[in-house]
Design a protein around this ligand. Structure first.
Ligand code: FAD
Length: 471
């Protein structure tokens, strides 16, 4: 028939999952094509997610840090934020990274076919370019890595003052008063950026606390440290109405619990809707390839990332929670290796999570609440950063490092770090869990002093009862 391009491996979607699968496939000798609707590789993470948010959070943390220094004898003038220059900085970061990816694709002779892909058979996908031209790609193996999209609230009207995470990252204007709907990681990261740049923030969250899934003690510390950023944190509260008025966006609330009183309606200059993401499984004509998609748009896979159609794999946000870039990358490698005939499986014991707020909150494996819910008996080593010379020297000793141990085997089963650079340190606890390390393994490993990272060793020593020199 009318096949325009033939390949061994077709990857649908050029996000972290997709490009990782494609690069690994090419490295394994497969003639590889990426189908991507956008002009750049990198997907949500690089273009409108992980990386631009971190560029803005970096600026915010420097501003916050310099303002604290006043207390320690070093005063700076009040920062002047030029939002257009900030936007340019963020865009420069993105283009450096997307340029790098495009070079890596070229070096591997991975062909990027730009356009929207829709399956037309189990071995063909039709790609429609922006100008309407259609090309058909024939493949032996495929990896579906089409990612996820923001969840919209049905009652929210179209208005430039109402944004999702992508809109918030565009920095269209600086609001005076902003509402963040959804107290998860993405909402709180954007709240951090906008509040440092001068906005007053309210947060509304349906559940009984912010940052669901994180250790509650860590969230308490985070909330105490960040109290000044917020006028009102409304938990157990539903947003039920959003109205675009000339004077602002009027938002009405309802108590999530019967009998509780709802907060009064409020008017905001900007409303960020950050209530989650849903998989793109229903938007790719997967049925034409025979690939089953769940009601919610996920694609089920086995441990080799294989769908119900054996030569078609699926990875990333599309195959389930947690919707995180590092999970997508690892799944991409497994899929490419399995397609090339290797015996790879995705069998990660744990996947770390990080809120890149200030302080950062990072966790991996079980939390105390999860252990309790699962009936697993755990013990803990808790090291308060007030006892860390480095944290005190940094003027940032509000945090802690907590490591959880299986009460019987003493193996490490989870950990939480709240404090500056927590995200950079959580990998050690992930490694400990994957290697089946116990408290002694980490406690007897000499960590450099004085570092924030040594708090992990100290937490293990506290647990082993050998850390006697806490103040
Ligand atoms: P995606 O990155 O969603 O990529 C899918 C790609 O497929 C897209 O480029 C899309 O254009 C393309 N596509 C889809 N359908 C088609 C089609 N039919 N034809 C052609 N192309 C198509 N994760 C972290 O781990 N750390 C973070 O700090 C972090 N921060 C985030 C901040 C924000 C604001 C957001 C929104 C997300 C963040 N995430 C973070 C989540 C992370 O972005 C995702 O988990 C990750 O991008 C998923 O990768 P993926 O490859 O599955 O899909």
């Amino acid at each position: 028939g009318n096949v325009d391009i033939q390949c061994d491996m077709m990857v649908l979607g050029g996000g972290p999952g997709g490009y990782s699968a494609a690069f690994r496939a090419a490295d394994l000798g497969q003639n590889t094509v990426i189908v991507e609707r956008y002009a750049t590789l990198g997907g949500v993470c690089l273009n409108v997610g992980c990386i631009p948010s971190k560029a803005l959070l970096h600026l915010a943390s420097v501003i916050d840090e310099t303002s604290h220094l006043g207390k320690h004898g070093v005063k700076f003038a009040k920062p002047e934020v030029d939002i257009d220059e900030v936007r340019k900085y963020k865009e420069g970061v993105i283009s450096k990274m997307t340029g790098g990816l495009s070079g890596m694709a070229k070096a591997r002779k991975v062909q990027v076919v730009q356009g929207v892909g829709q399956f037309v058979s189990p071995n063909h996908i039709e790609v429609t370019g922006a100008d309407g031209t259609k090309r058909v790609v024939q493949f032996k193996h495929a990896v579906i890595a089409a990612g996820s999209s923001v969840v919209k609230l049905p009652f929210v009207p179209e208005d430039p003052r109402i944004v999702d995470s992508t809109g918030a990252l565009e920095l269209r204007f600086m609001p005076k008063r902003m509402l963040v709907i959804g107290g998860g990681i993405i909402g709180l990261e954007m709240a951090t950026v906008y509040s440092t740049f001068g906005a007053r923030i309210d947060v509304v969250e349906m559940m009984d606390g912010l940052m669901q899934g994180a250790d509650r003690d860590a969230v308490k510390i985070w909330q105490k440290y960040n109290a000044a950023r917020f006028d009102n944190i409304m938990t157990k509260t539903k947003t039920v109405g959003v109205e675009a008025l000339p004077e602002g966006i009027k938002v009405t609330f309802e108590a999530a619990e019967a009998g509780a009183t709802a907060p009064e309606p409020q008017i905001y200059d900007m409303v960020l809707v950050a209530v989650g993401r849903s998989p793109n499984g229903k938007k790719i004509a997967a049925d034409k390839a025979g690939v089953q998609v769940t009601d919610r748009g996920f694609i089920n896979v086995d441990s080799q990332m294989r769908t119900n159609v054996p030569h078609i794999f699926a990875i990333g946000d599309l195959v389930g929670q947690p919707m995180l870039a590092h999970k997508a990358v690892h799944e991409g490698h497994v899929a490419a290796e399995a397609a090339a005939g290797q015996k790879s499986h995705f069998d990660a014991t744990v996947i770390p999570s990080v809120a890149y707020t200030d302080p950062e909150v990072a966790w991996v494996g079980l939390t105390e609440d999860e252990a309790k819910a699962k009936g697993i008996k755990v013990e803990k080593g808790h090291f308060p950063w007030a006892a860390s010379g480095r944290a005190v020297a940094n003027g940032r000793d509000e945090g802690f490092t907590k490591v959880l141990f299986d009460a019987e085997t003493h193996r490490i089963v989870g950990g939480t770090i709240v404090g500056t650079h927590a995200g950079d340190m959580i990998g050690e606890i992930a490694l400990a869990i994957e290697m089946g390390a116990d408290g002694t393994d980490i406690g007897k490993t000499i960590h450099p002093h004085p570092t924030l990272g040594e708090s992990i060793g100290m937490a293990a020593e506290v647990y082993e009862g050998v850390c006697t020199d806490l103040p």
